[in-house]
Ligand binder design. Sequence first.
Ligand code: FAD
Length: 322
Amino acid sequence: MNTHRGILIICELAGNSVHRVSFELLNKAMELKERLHEPVDCLLLGPSGKDLNELNLRGADTVYYMQSPVFKNPEEYLFKENITRFIKQHKPGIVLTGATSFGRSLAPRIAAALRTGLTADCTDLKIDEDGNFIQIRPAFSDNILAHINTVTYPKMATVRYKEFEEAQIDSSKKINIVEIEPYVSFFEKSQVIDIFSEESIDISEAEIIVAAGRGIRKKEDLKMIEELAAKLGGTVGASRALVDAGMVKSTRQVGYSGNRVKPKVYVACGISGAPQHLAGMKESEIIVAINSDPSAPIFSVADYGYVGDIYEIVPALIRDLP
Ligand code: FAD
């Protein structure tokens, strides 16, 4: 008999605060709760002194706070070990994680340890007429929406960031934070990740992105993209072509198999606009495309288009922009 019950959200820290994807997951979990009638709880691993009241005020019934200085940096082995043991003890029916860089790396390890299924990068979740938890995600390059019902427990899903609205704050909600000791504070295979390194940047948070594609001929030429990004107060993104070529780290990849971004301004430099790239950036508020081919598909989603050579236009923008 299935003894798993409730929805557990594995929360994440972004600097000193709770990552906003947790608030989005709470919103969706509350919607699921209306049909499931089971509790929605949060679990956060972090160093002491974090204010987690907002998780309760936005709908969590119980917030479990596993505190230790060892959780200062996100570290997959240690986090996996502790979360897996928590889940084995508490037996939630559904486990949700944000499809952030860390969430994408952590969730499969937990699922494998629990010998359960995981649906990655969901864009929607629902409870069907029979009470099944249905996980919805694009498949075959966004051509179909797959509806997935996992048969093992807990049912695990990662959900894309900025897919749902955040749960609203209700200040009348009860604060219920349960502090718990870590099960494990040291793991032999632990590796320290320097979260302050430049490459750990979360480009899905960026408000301005200047992205480079195969129009860039060699790594050194990315300097002008970096300069334009700096001038605009933004960060550098890239198409998969440049990631595959080893010119840019995968943390900066925009698209279907990279990051989904929604910046205020997205400048695409030498990017053709393949469906897999558009899937990650077409929701940007303003899209500027620079491409020498006037028939490039990127122009179909662009608000402003420059037909021309990035090697002329980008330096001119750097020179002329105030
Ligand atoms: P190209 O398609 O080669 O385009 C280069 C563009 O640069 C051309 O339009 C050309 O006109 C222009 N250009 C060349 N020189 C200049 C110049 N000097 N000045 C101006 N313009 C110039 N792609 C992603 O980006 N993100 C993903 O997450 C992603 N996921 C994928 C997942 C799957 C399962 C698959 C099958 C593919 C995925 N792809 C992804 C790859 C995608 O299909 C494209 O191959 C890729 O986006 C192409 O990158 P690009 O636009 O930089 O290169």
